[in-house]
Design a protein around this ligand. Structure first.
Ligand code: A2P
Length: 304
């Protein structure tokens, strides 16, 4: 069974990763340790998650205790929106490396195609309720990210939350093609066209919030009948079915949990397959519903 995706630079990425967004300080370190001991080899991090130091402690302890080798791990970091100025890119990447106690990242993503004012004063939002932005283009930032690869600080670069037009524009000037677009994917937001477009352009896709995220338990795709029925058939849990559905679609997937039982549950997805009809029935749950939409917190209709 294929547990890795091949990237367009011929490097490989484990298809299943461990998500760390909304895993709080105080518990994230133990969760990452459990995950790596349980067999996860791909850890998805970001400066904006405010937990990289603790993750770095766990990873470095495991490496120094010979529980895992650095080259067996695939660690992702992300450039935050307030750090898009090309003069800041090396500095902020090095800060993440320092926190994570690594001398390189396997993958560094532009977290959003938005450049925030790095020094917004007391208010993040302007008087019209829109996040304060800075005049830096994605092109300038991407060029600075390409230098990180040349300098050996990161092995691969990619994007997150990019739409098709943003990718098309990026492809018109990039010297290094993004290897990944990390986007919100679950059965309520299947993103079929964008995934298909990325794959045709040899850009792999990673699904974040694959279980429906942390906020909306009463709206979760985990509760869907279709998912429950398929879970029963395979003697698996709804979470395992949502994870496997991504893998069947050739999409990398990074479920988040800090619960040690669920950490093991979420990686136990390589001993069964969903058939085409089951994947299709889950695709049919799509309603283009996003749990993460900047219109709700930055006042930007980013996906419209
Ligand atoms: P917890 O961390 O308490 O386990 P996503 O990966 O879509 O962001 O979803 C993460 C949410 O799903 C978290 O609230 C997490 O809670 C929960 N979760 C993670 N794994 C499972 C699982 N196997 N079954 C049910 N809920 C899960």
């Amino acid at each position: 069974m294929n547990k890795e995706l091949k990237l367009n630079n011929n490097k490989k990425m484990p298809i299943l990763g461990f998500g760390t967004w909304q895993s709080n300080q105080g518990i994230v370190g133990k969760a990452v340790e459990d995950a790596i001991i349980s067999g996860y080899r791909h850890v998805d991090c970001a400066k904006a998650y405010l937990n990289e130091k603790e993750i770095g402690d766990s990873i470095s302890n495991l490496i120094s205790n010979d529980k895992v080798k650095r080259n067996e791990l695939f660690v992702t970091g992300k450039l935050w929106n307030a750090d898009h100025d090309p003069r800041n890119v090396v500095k902020t990447c090095k800060e993440s490396l320092l926190d994570l106690k690594l001398d390189y990242l396997d993958l560094y993503l532009m977290h959003w195609g938005l450049s925030f004012d790095p020094d917004p004063g007391a208010d993040q939002l302007d008087k019209n309720g829109i996040i304060k932005l800075e005049q830096v283009s994605i092109q300038e930032t991407w060029k600075a990210m390409e230098l990180l690869v040349n300098d050996g600080l990161v092995k691969s670069i990619g994007v997150s939350n990019f739409t098709s037009p943003m990718i098309i524009d990026l492809l018109s000037y990039c010297k290094i093609t993004p290897v990944i677009n990390q986007i919100e994917i679950h059965p309520y937001n299947t993103q079929q066209e964008l995934v298909g477009f990325c794959h045709k352009k040899d850009i792999q896709v990673t699904a974040y919030s694959p279980l429906g995220g942390t906020g909306n338990a009463n709206k979760s795709p985990l509760m869907e009948n279709v998912v429950g029925k398929i879970a029963k058939k395979y003697k698996k849990t709804p979470a395992q079915i949502l994870i496997r559905w991504n893998i069947e679609r050739g999409i990398s997937v990074i479920p988040k949990t800090t619960n040690s039982k669920r950490i093991k549950e979420n990686i136990d997805v390589f001993d069964f397959f969903l058939d085409k009809d089951e994947v299709e029935r889950m695709n049919n749950l799509n309603k283009n519903y996003r749990f993460v939409d900047p219109i709700n917190f930055w006042g930007i209709p980013y996906f419209n």
